[in-house]
Structure formats: C-alpha cells, structure tokens
Design a protein around this ligand. Structure first.
Ligand code: SF4
Length: 244
C-alpha cells in the first residue's frame, strides 16, 4: 500500500463552486492530473513540486513548507487538527486526486469529518477504490473541446458508480462550445438519473477562454431543463471575494 502522497497545499477556505457553494471547507490539493483542460485554473498542480505548503491555523494563511511526498498519516493528523475549527467537509481536490487513489483511500479513511471529492470524473476504476470513504462527489463532465479527448464512456461509468453517494455534476460552459456535445452531456446524466443535480458553471475567462454571453447561458439552461429536473447556474464565487 502506498503510504505517501504528492501534495500541493492544504488550506481552509470557502467553497466557491457547485451544490455546496458558500460552505467552509478544508481543501487538500493533491498533485497530478490525467487531463489538460483549456480553462484550467490550477496548472501548478499538474506535477508534484519539491515542496508543498500546509496552513498551520485554519484560514490564517500561515503556511509552512514540507518536502514531497508527504506521509499520509502525518497529513491526516494535520487535517484532523485543523478540523477543530468547524468545517462542513474536507475537499480532496487537485489536479485530479484520483490519480493517487491508493494514498487517497488511506487518507480519506483517516479523516474525522465528511469527505468531499472534487474530480474530473474520468477514472472510474480509481473511484471504486475510494468510494466507501467518500460522502459527497463533485464530478465534472468535460466536453471534447475542453480536453481534446472524447470521454463519454468514462464519464458514464463514473457517474453510475458515484450515484451511490451524494453526487452532483458540474459542467463548465464556455463561448464556442459545441451545442451537440452539450446536449450529449445532458443526455448522459439523464440516462443515469433525471434527478441528478447539474450545475452549469460559466467559464471564468482565463487562458484565452471567452466569457459566455448572458443569452447563451439562458439558452443552454433551457436545453438542460428539458431533460433534467434540477439544473442550476452558479459561477465561481470564491474569485469575487478574494478566497483561495
Ligand atoms: S481536470 Fe481539473 S486540474 Fe486537471 S486539467 Fe482539467 S481543470 Fe485542470
């Protein structure tokens, strides 16, 4: 069993996306990702750096550096200490945290609180490994334009497994996306469960990605509501209020 993890950072902040927007969370950002999305706002997490940073007091930004990789038991201890300050849940994020499924499983099993997994939803075999230790899943669906890859089969298998937990799907909507691919993503979700929450997240303009115009947001919201019972439009709010 792998008992070390390549880490980017640990810090306490306010969830800025999805169903639990506004909740206080402890973020554990793991290094490594199996994709390269055009709108990625965490490219610094693709490869493990020599050092990671761990906040010492929840929310104080008093980081101290540790060498990578970090022992899972030491990380779990640090996380559980920070949980003395009340948090809604611990967000295991990245990068793509499931790239380190073995270590993630051990970490999740040792956390004294709700465990929230933020994932790109493309590694179903890895999900199987950690699923018993996860409470909430924020799963992305990536349209082919975003990654240059067609990932429908992986997403479908992933969501079918994730359905056993409190899962919602997040889909970043951007100008110039292929509307047929958008419809295909909505159908993929509806085929698994019309009641699954879909959060449409207007892209934050970065790396040359153009903001989606208001009329287009309404149009795609309408299209999704034809197939799904619960579709919400929520932008990334943490960026408005200066949170990490
Ligand atoms: S899956 Fe997430 S971390 Fe990986 S490239 Fe895409 S946006 Fe970035």
């Amino acid at each position: 069993m792998k008992d070390v993890v390549d880490l980017v950072e640990v810090f306490s902040s306010i969830q800025g996306e999805g169903k639990y927007v506004g909740c206080r969370q402890l973020f554990v950002r793991l290094a490594g990702c199996n994709l390269q999305c055009d709108y990625c706002d965490t490219p610094h997490s693709y490869v493990a750096a020599e050092h990671c940073r761990i906040e010492q007091t929840a929310g104080k930004r008093d980081f101290s550096n540790s060498a990578n990789p970090v022992k899972v038991t030491a990380l779990a201890l640090a996380v559980n200490q920070m949980l003395r300050q009340p948090h809604h849940s611990v967000s295991l994020t990245g990068g793509e945290p499931l790239c380190q499924a073995e270590a993630l499983q051990q970490l999740a099993a040792q956390i004294n609180g709700r465990v929230y997994l933020e994932t790109n939803g493309t590694l179903p075999q890895a999900l199987k490994q950690v699923l018993p230790y996860i409470d909430i899943i924020s799963m992305d669906i990536k349209l082919p334009k975003t990654t240059g890859r067609v990932l429908w089969r992986e997403h479908s298998e992933f969501l079918s497994l994730a359905r056993a937990k409190d899962v919602f799907v997040k889909l970043v909507i951007e100008e110039g996306m292929d509307i047929r691919h958008f419809d295909q993503a909505v159908k993929l979700i509806a085929d698994i469960g019309r009641d699954i929450l879909l959060v449409l997240q207007p892209v934050s303009p970065l790396n040359g990605c153009k903001a989606i115009v208001p009329e287009k947001i309404i149009e795609v919201h309408n299209r999704a509501l034809l197939r799904l019972e619960n579709v919400r439009v929520i932008p990334q709010t943490h960026k408005f209020i200066g949170q990490l």
